[in-house]
Every structure is written in C-alpha cells, then in structure tokens.
Ligand binder design. Structure first.
Ligand SMILES: Cc1cc2nc3c(=O)[nH]c(=O)nc-3n(C[C@H](O)[C@H](O)[C@H](O)COP(=O)(O)O)c2cc1C
Length: 360
C-alpha cells in the first residue's frame, strides 16, 4: 500500500496520516486524535466540535465484547486520542484545557477540551503524531539504555506510571506468559471470532472499512508479506490465529528489549483508564522521536478480564502477580519496546470528517 519511491501512502484509508499536518484549528485536533492507536484498530470514537471546544465520545458500536468485556481497552484508546489532541494543540495554534469525564464515569462523553488561540508552536511530539506506528516486526538485539527508558516513561502531569521489565529472567517470564495468553485467546472460540471480525485481508476490505488489522501492519518481511497477500491462508481464522501465536513466540517476545507495563491506581476505573491511555500514547510518541519501536501486547490483561467476566479463577493473573508482585493489581496495559529492524507500516483510518459532527 505504501510507495517506497515517493513516500506517498496509497489507499484512501491511509490519507488521514498525510492530512493531519494541514488540518487547522479544532478540526486539526480531530485530525490528530483519529491517528491514535486502538485495540484491533477499532477506532472506538466520535467527536463533536464547536467554535472553541471539542467533545470526545466513546462509540460502543465499535468494540469487541469478549476480548474487551469491560471496555478497558476501548477507554485506553480514547485516552490516547485525547492525548494526541492535546499534544497537537500548540501546532494548531491552540491552548487546550481538558476536563475528563465531565458527565461522570457512566457517560459516553470521555472528555471536553476547551481551547483558546495562541501562537503556532511546532513540537517534536506533535510532529511524531503522523509518524507513529505499531511495530510488530523483529527488534534488534541491542538493549535500550536505562536513561532512555526513564525519559520514555516520564509521565509529566499524567496520573499513571510505567513499570519497566528489563531484567532477563523477568522478561523471559513475561514473554512466556504473553505466549500462553495468546494461545488461550486463540483457543477461546468467542475471543478468536471477536478479534478476527476486525481483520481486513484485502485492499477492497481496507478501503471499504478504513479500520481493522491488515497484513501490512503485521511487521512481516517484504517477501513473506507479498506471499501472504497471494495465498488466502490468513483469510482463515484458524490460520491467522496460528500465525499470531507463532509470531508472538518467535518474534514479539524473542526480540523485546524491554516491556513497559502502564500502572494506575484502579485499572477498572474509567478516569484511570483514560490517564493510562494518555501516558501510553505519550510514551509511544516519545519513542517515535527516538526512532524506537513500540508494540502494544494485551493478551494477558484480555485473558484476565475474560476469566473475571466468566467468574472463574485466573491462572494468568496469578502468574502476572509472580512477575510484578503487588503492581500486578495496578497493571492497565502492556507493550514492548526495542530498536526496529524494519519500519512499521501505516494502518488505515476513517477520516476526521467521517467521525465528527459539528454543533453551533
Ligand atoms: C488499548 C490497546 C490495545 C492494543 N492491544 C494490542 C495487542 O494486544 N496486540 C497488538 O498487536 N496490537 C495491539 N494494539 C495496537 C493496535 O492494534 C493498533 O494501534 C492499531 O492496529 C492501529 O495501528 P497503529 O497503531 O499502527 O496506528 C493495541 C492498541 C491499543 C490502544
């Protein structure tokens, strides 16, 4: 879908990555917000705008009921979208004031962002917004220096933190848990179906939906990617699941230089989910400015939520507690970082105008 010679992204679903820089004012904030990551690229958001405000809503039609039974990941994604809008604001000549959950935690209204005009100020983080990618490819064996991890995890004024898992033994234990959790998701028929319904195997499906997971986004080497597009095997759910578990085992966990675990006081609380999502996105944008790769990996927390929803004890939760100690109860989401061996590819988005309603 990309054109390496010109750098131009082909396919209408990729245009929002290029449109963001030119989008101004409040609409520019929406153009930045929609470039946020979301579980399976569900893009669970909608917006309404006025002359000096932006409302960010959850779209509960765009969720995975068994993968995300408590809408935890959906809300993390909305936190990431809010963070993109806040980070982009200076570049759009705006100063934002954010009120999270202005109608309380039960409402679909996640944030009200009021803005006032200011001088345009370009920042490295704002410039990273259209360059950020989820990178699912192999990472190089080099470590990430502790000073870089400290800089990466700087939460600023966000009430969440990052616990880094770097030591070899802990990293291996977390890696094995990620592989086992991936297998458990694949073996769970409802979760497997839920996830696969967001897989877009062809360019026609990508253009029609402008969301979901694509082959281009899987971090495969170019020849493997080309072969996968020709052979319809990933169009079968069981083959896609098997490929994901295999990649988790042989690539994702084998080459993770470090894992980051976003910690909050209460992972079940909407306000903490939004704060944790904002921090995860800040980390991802900072990583982008450093040319570091990042990949969200949430099968552990998905299985813990699934076990809880089914009312059964969770062996996965017990193993996470062995690795993280008391922090396990505060774990909101997990990602890996490292030095990329190939760049991540852009994933599709619905355009800003498709998700925004104007109000006077
Ligand atoms: C809350 C959340 C959970 C995610 N979980 C996973 C995951 O478990 N595995 C994975 O490969 N990607 C995961 N992702 C990454 C999304 O699939 C990715 O953001 C989406 O496909 C869009 O791609 P992009 O980030 O490159 O724009 C997650 C993202 C978010 C925000």
């Amino acid at each position: 879908m990309g054109n390496a010679a010109t750098g131009v992204l082909r396919g209408a679903g990729l245009h929002p990555w290029e449109a963001e820089a030119d989008a101004q004012g409040i609409f520019g904030l929406v153009a930045a917000a929609i470039l946020a990551p979301s579980p399976h690229n569900t893009q669970p958001w909608r917006f309404s705008t006025g002359p000096d405000w932006l409302l960010v809503y959850a779209d509960d039609a765009r969720v995975m009921p068994t993968v995300d039974p408590y809408r935890r990941e959906r809300t993390i994604a909305l936190g990431a979208a809010i963070e993109n809008a806040v980070v982009a604001a200076p570049a759009k000549g705006l100063v934002p004031t954010v009120t999270l959950l202005p109608e309380g935690p039960e409402s679909a209204l996640m944030a009200r962002i009021e803005v006032r005009p200011a001088h345009v100020e370009l920042t490295p983080l704002a410039e990273a917004i259209p360059n950020r990618r989820t990178n699912r490819g192999p990472y190089r064996p080099d470590a990430v220096a502790p000073e870089l991890l400290a800089e990466l995890g700087d939460a600023g004024d966000i009430t969440a933190s990052v616990r880094w898992v770097v030591e070899a033994g802990a990293r291996q234990a977390l890696g094995e848990l990620l592989v086992d959790a991936a297998q458990a998701v694949a073996d769970d028929d409802a979760m497997s179906r839920d996830g696969y319904s967001w897989f877009r195997p062809t360019e026609a499906a990508i253009d029609a939906h402008r969301d979901g997971l694509t082959l281009d986004g899987q971090g495969l080497a170019a020849p493997v990617r080309a072969a996968a597009k020709l052979v319809p095997s990933l169009a079968s759910r069981s083959m896609a699941d098997a490929a994901w578990v295999k990649q988790t085992k042989n690539v994702h966990t084998k080459t993770a230089a470090a894992y980051g675990v976003v910690l909050v006081d209460d992972p079940a609380a909407r306000a903490d989910q939004l704060a944790g999502g904002r921090l995860a996105q800040r980390v991802h944008l900072t990583a982008t400015t450093m040319d570091l790769a990042l990949h969200h990996m949430n099968q552990i927390t998905e299985r813990i939520d699934r076990d809880r929803a089914a009312g059964r004890p969770s062996g996965i939760a017990e193993r996470l507690a062995q690795i993280l100690g008391a922090d396990a109860g505060r774990a909101l989401c997990v990602f890996r970082v490292g030095w990329p061996s190939r760049p991540g590819k852009a994933s599709p988005r619905r355009a800003a105008h498709q998700v925004v309603a104007h109000e006077a």
